[in-house]
Design a protein around this ligand. Structure first.
Ligand SMILES: [Zn+2]
Length: 141
């Protein structure tokens, strides 16, 4: 099912409930982003796509993304949607499989720091219910 040696989400993962993105899996208790890999040109992508943006092939396989990457860029946002906690920090994380993920960040990891996927509450709906999303945070220690 997967084109690389990553975890097989179909056999070892379970869909995470209540997250604001439809591709979260939980493998061995840790969140995992589910993306795609093109079976023709082998590029990986997140979020998953129906058509490869590089070669236009429609034969894509689901693939679990690596959980750790390196922070490429970040910015702190002070004005945003009313339901999001402010200020919040967002950034691009480069994964070792060539995918660059746009994400909320927790804490203030330095550019170039190793960061790891996690989940966190990033806001509140008008009714007070939590908005949970995937985030990246600096790797401890
Ligand atoms: Zn392709």
């Amino acid at each position: 099912m997967t084109a690389s040696a990553g975890a097989d989400p179909a056999s070892s993962g379970s869909q995470l409930p209540g997250l604001a993105w439809p591709v979260g899996l939980c493998v061995d208790g840790a969140p995992v982003l589910l993306g795609s890999r093109c079976t023709a040109c082998s590029i990986a992508m997140f979020p998953p796509q129906a058509v490869c943006p590089a070669c236009m092939c429609e034969a894509l396989a689901e693939e679990a993304m690596p959980r750790r990457g390196q922070l490429y860029a970040s910015s702190t946002v002070h004005v945003g949607p009313a339901k999001w906690h402010k200020p919040f920090t967002i950034g691009y994380v480069d994964l070792p499989n060539g995918v660059r993920v746009f994400s909320h960040l927790v804490g203030d990891p330095a550019i170039g720091a190793e960061v790891e996927l996690d989940r966190a509450v990033v806001g509140r709906e008008a009714d007070g219910s939590a908005i949970e999303s995937f985030v990246f945070r600096a790797v401890e220690g």
